[in-house]
Design a protein around this ligand. Sequence first.
Ligand SMILES: Cc1ncc(COP(=O)(O)O)c(C=O)c1O
Length: 469
Amino acid sequence: MRTSSAPDVLLQLDRQAPEALHRQVERLLRDAVRSGRLRAGSALPSSRVLARELEVSRGIVVEAYEQLAAEGYVSTRPGGKTRVARRQAPIQAARPVSSTPSFEFDFRPGRPDLEEFPREAWLRSVRRSLASAPAGSLSYLDGRGLPELRVELAAHLNRARGTAAHPDDLIITAGFAQGLFLTASILRAAGARRFALEDPTLGDSRLIIAAAGLEPIDIPVDGDGLRVDLLARTRAAAVLTTPAHQYPTGRVLSAERRAELLAWAERRGTFIVEDDYDAEYRYDRKPVGAMQGLRPDRVIYAGSASKLLAPGLRLGWFIAPPELAEPMVALKKTIDHGSPAIDQLAFADFIARGDLDRHLRRMRPIYRHRRDHLLSTLRTHLPELHPEGASAGMHVLAWLPPELDPDLIVDGAASIGIGLGSVPRGSGGAPEGRGALVFGYGSIPDRSVEPGIRRFARLWRKAGWAAVT
Ligand SMILES: Cc1ncc(COP(=O)(O)O)c(C=O)c1O
């Protein structure tokens, strides 16, 4: 490290650092201006003098001065001195980069085990598909998604989920969230006003439906799933449902209700959005096939890589009847010109090589074991809670006594490093308007389940919540 002094400021260049010298000069001068060490209006040494002082070539200083002039930190007049600019952009205090909250013990629902993401297999798929993809795949895309992925997904879903999909019925979306937004938006454009959804449900769905300009109508669920009798009393143009594993109650839509729901859609000419959430993670028996396979003209099927692999992939897929698929594709093209091509190609290869099936086969026993572990730990430390839900998915739910507000409990848990989910009091389908706690076990490592629940149980007793149950 050499130290060189210039008239107004001490600049220390590090010749061992990977950062280029002109970048270092630029950064050091910029910092000196921002911190006020170089006052507004003061003259800087000529490039020749500073270069000599710093023992660098003059070109390095000239380049740094030019960059700082372009950014507005200094001003240079031809043949004149370089001075610190009189008016600068407001000085920005060092701000930490925002990030999403994390918990020491994360029982929040809707998160798969990201430690188990099949990085090697995914990397192989990225390499292989990138090596062989025609250059055209990297161009602007249409809103439907790459044919390579639609072919693989249609075959996979028809085989594993009993859907009836031609690759051209598929639309690749940025997750379930975007697909729901597209669906609601095109229904709204066609004149729809109301969109029904299960209550309780994933909170974001109401927001998405409302953001698309439709009125969300809450339809309670009971032990058999969505109350189709109550749905039939509304004038909803469509309904969103999670028949395979209701989120968050964990119930499964009964055979009778399925038939009633399909009859409702047929009678009214309405649509069912089937969020096939968690269907691949059924532990005690084979999951029931998708409703879309029975009525592809009335059911819009929705799937997502968020639980199968990772939410950060932002990959979802919708199967829609042609009269809806076409406007959805057009809207998708308008808003983002299609989902990222390399991810789509990699996912297509991942499915084609059998890696998706292998990953799911590997994960099912892991989640099943973790679910059993969570349930037995809850029985031991919080016997007054009675978790329920089908042996599926990545969460269980426990209703609370009417006196307890789940949101207060979630906040209390967060303050001691525990992430939990909740169902607010008064949502449809809740016995006597009770609220509930939702314990996800997708992302919490096995070894953390017991210490996390023990810590929560201490809070539970200390806060007097145990006494109410
Ligand atoms: C009910 C439900 N459906 C779908 C999803 C997946 O949404 P996305 O694909 O937008 O990540 C989630 C995520 O938690 C969910 O809770």
